[in-house]
Design a protein around this ligand. Structure first.
Ligand SMILES: [Fe+2]
Ligand SMILES: [Fe+2]
Length: 380
């Protein structure tokens, strides 16, 4: 492909001279000639120019201003610009180099010199373009891998939450809805993007600790004894331990993989795991201090758990369970209102009231009769 070279000089005679001098190069160069810097700038902006050779002293915009404008625009900043000057002014030459001139040549210009400098500038530009293309490909690959990692992380988290659900009466899309409700509440409370996305990923794991509760207690029909209730309540601590406990098993697995350093396993440093553990530990605490396992009250309960507590209860009230039908919306709202300031943080409850429409549409989109999957709009 022919390279497009733009020559800029206010003297038509000089341009004619260049045209004649470089006649032999027409085979490889598509040469254009502009009689002012303004005309040159228009051409540079409207077409793809591979190199520019410009005079300095021109009426109107001079060559150095043209150079400055070319270097100041993303699309044109890498075009090689060779400055031709009739003046033997070292200050001017320094200024041209400071502004990013690729090369300087004195007038009258020697044709072989000009051709050699242009060839070298174009080669350099081609090399830079190749590097840019390679970088763009690499960036695209990194983006694709990152998206795959995010997807697989989301998938693993969801399936882990699902594993706990299978042992309990909460089936269907419960954990996905809790994730979506929690995200809506976090947004309504004006939490930052990191918090919003982290709670969306972490909240589905709130009951992961039920994996460690014996069947005869977890699946018992009828009321639990005091002792059984105590065992059941351990699911909070078990969940926190699964999510943020001893990292040694992970380190042992990674030590079998020579590509990864065991030092990279630090569950306690991972914001998502930290929040998931916090939610697992405190999602049954109540604003008025009557919850478990620690009987925390008010703001001593982490905000993420105050949010998930409301989302979890709302979803349980709206859903069918072996021991109850789904309640009507009026009944759900009546029961929710009764718990504002008791079970629920009044501020979180306020966010819930402001977000009712979003809650309704999540409920409709992710009903348990719908296919059990994580919808795209909830995965972003
Ligand atoms: Fe729970
Ligand atoms: Fe739940």
């Amino acid at each position: 492909m022919k390279r497009r070279i733009l020559f800029v000089d206010d003297e038509p005679n000089v341009l004619d001279g260049l045209r004649r001098m470089l006649r032999a190069e027409r085979i490889r160069w598509d040469m254009h000639f502009a009689e002012s810097a303004d005309e040159a700038l228009r051409e540079v902006c409207e077409t793809d120019v591979d190199a520019i050779v410009s005079d300095v002293d021109m009426p109107g915009m001079d060559g150095l201003t043209l150079l400055q404008k070319i270097r100041g625009t993303d699309r044109t900043r890498d075009i090689p610009v060779i400055i031709l000057t009739g003046r033997n002014d070292s200050g001017l030459k320094r200024r041209a180099l400071d502004l990013g001139a690729s090369d300087l040549l004195n007038k009258p210009v020697d044709s072989q010199d000009l051709v050699a400098r242009l060839r070298s500038a174009i080669r350099l530009k081609e090399h830079q373009d190749r590097l840019k293309d390679q970088n763009a490909v690499l960036e695209r690959q990194v983006d694709e891998r990152t998206a795959e990692l995010v997807d697989s992380r989301l998938n693993i988290i969801w399936r882990l939450g699902k594993a706990a659900e299978y042992r309990d009466e909460e089936t269907g899309n419960h954990i996905v809805r809790v994730g979506c409700y929690s995200r809506v509440l976090a947004r309504a409370l004006r939490k930052d993007r990191d918090f919003v996305e982290t709670i969306f990923l972490a909240s589905p794991l709130h009951d992961i600790g039920k994996i460690g509760i014996p069947d005869n207690i977890l699946l018992k029909q009828g009321p639990l004894t005091l002792e059984e209730r105590g065992i059941m309540q351990r699911h909070c601590a078990i969940g926190a331990d699964i999510l943020c406990g001893d990292a040694r098993p992970g380190i042992a697995i990674l030590s079998q993989n020579p590509d990864r350093s065991p030092a990279s396993v630090k569950p306690a440093d991972n914001a998502m795991m930290k929040m998931a553990a916090s939610i697992a530990m405190t999602h049954h605490e109540r604003w008025n201090g009557t919850g478990y396992p620690a009987g925390l009250s008010g703001e001593a309960i982490p905000l993420e758990s105050r949010i998930v507590a409301l989302a979890d209860v709302y979803d349980a009230l709206c859903s069918e369970r072996p021991y109850k039908p789904p309640f009507t919306e009026a009944r759900v709202m009546e029961l929710m209102n009764e718990e504002a300031g008791r079970h629920f943080d009044p501020l979180v409850f306020g966010a819930f009231e402001r977000s009712l429409e979003e809650f309704r549409s999540i409920r409709a989109d992710l009903s348990d009769v719908a296919l059990c999957h994580l919808p795209q709009e909830c995965a972003t």
